[in-house]
Design a protein around this ligand. Structure first.
Ligand SMILES: *[C@@H]1O[C@H](CO)[C@@H](O)[C@H](O)[C@H]1NC(C)=O
Ligand SMILES: *[C@@H]1O[C@H](CO)[C@@H](O)[C@H](O)[C@H]1NC(C)=O
Ligand SMILES: *[C@@H]1O[C@H](CO)[C@@H](O)[C@H](O)[C@H]1NC(C)=O
Ligand SMILES: *[C@@H]1O[C@H](CO)[C@@H](O)[C@H](O)[C@H]1NC(C)=O
Length: 443
């Protein structure tokens, strides 16, 4: 009996062990596969032709601007606002945030003098980058300002003067070799920064959607556009020589310039064609991956009635999407658009209509597989930061109607973004409920 019993129980035991291990192993495998899936989705954003892609899926952008994130992240008493704005943005489906990766000289300077950094401020930016990922938000990081806010080109020129250079204009920023050296060093310091929260080098971090050379560069000192063009070419090469993986854009407002006389009529006014920028030519520089355009009818058009504002918005966007598609062969992102509610003409109703026009014009391009890659609203603020509002701030919790418009756009773009997985995996373009929704929803 004893001899017979033993193998029976042994077999039973072995069988039980086998079943348990099998379950454990397969669970572990499922877990691992899930982890890998998550990682897959957090790949670098790439560009194929006139579309953004993540892996084998298109990536159309519904996003926002909040320029002060780094500064707020420095101080523990305001850091929570960074998480708040990411949380609120992701709750309405926004996936990209554009923000400043500069603060030159002055209060809360990141760069106190050329290549001398305040580590506390840099840690603030580290926090922003690490935090964004938690909310699945990617960042467009701008590297310097054209304007004086947070230092900008005038601070660089100031540093040059202090070093004894004979500089006469802020636009020497674009041509003086020492100043260009300061900027190049900042670019290198930024791209090779190792994030103190996660040890990932910025240039390897898929959380960064793209680098931006400058916020709204203008070079009035040379209306021909040559000076800015050379700067763009030199700096694009510099960025790509350090970081080949990330996308790069310029940050221009999108004014047509001397190289395309026939397009000048699309500009909001005559002055716009004389600020040293040139939309088509600028974006033909080697290394520039996608086009940037801003949309500010309230600042650019003189005192006209509201209807013409929306007409301008539509034709301004359409001409840039057409050029991006037919001439440049790249996506275009409307990196800033907004109206100031400080102007009585632009009440909440008008603002919603404006946002809606931007979204629908873009969607018309998306539907046709055009170059409209996305838009970033200027600007999203979390609760309790209204005191900094320059009139353009949208506080989602206080604007339910705007919230609805933003959410709807996110859902529409999201159904384009998840579309390719069916095509790629099943080899056919399935008509589905998402398509019904996209094509039948009132436009
Ligand atoms: C500084 O440059 C300007 C023009 O570039 C020139 O006219 C001037 O003589 C220069 N001054 C000195 C001290 O070199
Ligand atoms: C980063 O790397 C350092 C040195 O290898 C290590 O001590 C630290 O724990 C790492 N930090 C994180 C957040 O991984
Ligand atoms: C908002 O402004 C528009 C014109 O810009 C006007 O037609 C409309 O009546 C205004 N609405 C409110 C609620 O003030
Ligand atoms: C979208 O495209 C359709 C057809 O091409 C056009 O009728 C409609 O006006 C467009 N809508 C917008 C907002 O551009």
């Amino acid at each position: 009996m004893a001899i017979k019993e033993k193998p029976f129980f042994q077999t039973l035991f072995l069988l039980a062990t086998f079943i348990v291990s099998f379950v454990v192993i397969s669970n572990a495998q499922i877990q691992r596969v899930t982890d890998i899936r998550d990682e897959d989705q957090w790949e670098m954003v790439e560009k194929k032709g006139n579309q953004f892609m993540v892996g084998d899926q298109p990536f159309y952008v519904n996003g926002f601007n909040t320029y002060w994130l780094m500064i707020f992240a420095v101080d523990p008493s305001t850091r929570q606002k960074v998480s708040d704005v990411f949380q609120q943005a992701s709750s309405v489906g926004l996936t990209v945030c554009r923000t400043w990766a500069f603060s030159d000289g002055g209060w809360r300077a990141l760069q106190k003098s050329p290549s001398v950094y305040d580590e506390q401020v840099f840690k603030g930016l580290d926090f922003v980058v690490n935090e964004a990922r938690k909310y699945k938000i990617r960042l467009v990081l701008s590297l310097v300002n054209n304007w004086e806010a947070y230092g900008g080109k005038s601070q660089y020129v100031q540093w040059g003067k202090q070093a004894g250079l004979n500089l006469t204009s802020d636009d020497d920023f674009f041509s003086d070799s020492t100043i260009k050296g300061y900027y190049k060093a900042h670019v290198k310091n930024m791209l090779t920064r190792v994030n103190t929260f996660n040890n990932v080098t910025y240039k390897d971090d898929p959380t960064i959607f793209a680098w931006e050379l400058m916020n709204e560069p203008r070079c009035l000192a040379d209306p021909s556009g040559d000076r800015l063009q050379e700067w763009i070419e030199e700096m694009a090469y510099h960025v790509k020589s350090i970081d080949r993986k990330h996308l790069l854009e310029i940050g221009v407002e999108g004014f047509y310039g001397p190289s395309t006389q026939e397009r000048l009529q699309e500009n909001p006014n005559n002055f716009a064609g004389q600020v040293g920028t040139d939309f088509i030519r600028n974006h033909q520089a080697l290394g520039i991956d996608f086009a940037s355009v801003h949309v500010y009818p309230d600042a650019w058009l003189s005192n006209v009635i509201s209807d013409s504002y929306l007409g301008f918005v539509k034709s301004w966007m359409e001409s840039h999407m057409e050029d991006a598609e037919k001439v440049l062969g790249m996506p275009v992102v409307f990196g800033e658009f907004g109206v100031s509610s400080k102007d009585e003409k632009f009440n909440q109703t008008f603002r919603d209509e404006f946002i809606d026009t931007v979204y629908k014009t873009l969607l018309n391009s998306t539907r046709k597989g055009g170059s409209g890659g996305g838009s970033l609203i200027w600007q999203l603020f979390p609760d309790g930061t209204d005191y900094m509002d320059d009139g353009y701030a949208v506080v989602l919790t206080k604007s339910p109607s705007t919230c609805d418009i933003v959410s709807l756009q996110s859902r529409r773009l999201q159904s384009f973004n998840s579309r390719c997985s069916w095509r790629c995996h099943w080899g056919c373009r399935k008509r589905n409920t998402a398509d019904m929704f996209l094509y039948n929803a009132e436009l």
